[in-house]
Design a protein around this ligand. Structure first.
Ligand SMILES: [Fe+2]
Length: 231
């Protein structure tokens, strides 16, 4: 039998059911996490024609840490503009990969597919500068899909739990890691929720002002590498 995303979807269902006791430690519960994973997969399929299996697996399992290691992976109480948050995100990505890759391996998914899936999961919460440096179109697609899906499957629960200011900080983190093309798409997109739409527009404007200041600075210095914001 050729293994595909249907088998992986069933694995996701089973994992979420097996860890349902973690519900209380996860902001949107295991079911919310399952819905987010499917939402990201749907966005990957919308943004990319015939996405690779490795990318679709990464879409399904990039946040599995929040389900299986909920106390560590779910929810960050500190400042989302801090280095501690970036470290929290890196550890979350590593735990997701460490948990799911051996399971997928045991299920029989090919090594070459899993090698890429691991890479994509490991880098899905990198900063914009790091994502930019990797120049990987599948990774660009995954971070874009994750950001678009954030507004429908994560932001509502986050807003209720933490309020406008902390939701804004999370949107800022998502906007920063977006490739330029996806940021333009997000900028044009009218979100159904007016509060999220206002926050996203404000943050993209704030981001664009910062990027243009960085551009001016690097032009004065006579060039150099592009700013993180200009991707
Ligand atoms: Fe995600």
């Amino acid at each position: 039998m050729r293994l595909g995303v249907t088998v992986a979807g069933k694995m996701l269902d089973t994992i979420c059911a097996d860890y349902s006791a973690h519900n209380k430690d996860i902001m949107q519960g295991t079911e919310g996490e399952r819905i987010h994973a499917l939402d990201v997969l749907a966005w990957v399929q919308r943004l990319k024609q015939s996405p690779a299996l490795s990318l679709r697996l990464a879409a399904l399992f990039h946040d599995i840490d929040r389900v299986v290691t909920a106390k560590k992976g779910a929810g960050f109480k500190g400042d989302r503009r801090s280095k501690a948050y970036l470290l929290h995100k890196k550890r979350h990505a590593r735990r997701s990969a460490r948990f799911i890759i051996p399971l997928l391996e045991r299920q029989g998914f090919p090594q070459r597919v899993l090698h890429r899936t691991r890479f994509l999961i490991l880098h899905h919460d990198d900063t914009g500068r790091e994502v930019d440096k990797l120049r990987d179109s599948d990774l660009n697609c995954l971070v874009a899909a994750d950001t678009f899906a954030f507004f429908t499957s994560i932001a509502p629960a986050l807003f209720v739990a933490e309020g406008e200011s902390r939701t804004g900080d999370k949107i800022r983190f998502m906007v920063d890691k977006l490739p330029e093309r996806a940021r333009r798409l997000l900028s044009k997109r009218q979100l159904d929720n007016p509060t999220f739409n206002k926050l996203k527009d404000e943050i993209i404007r704030e981001y664009s002002r910062g990027a243009s200041r960085n551009r001016q600075r690097s032009t004065k210095k006579g060039g150099g590498r592009k700013s993180a914001g200009v991707r």
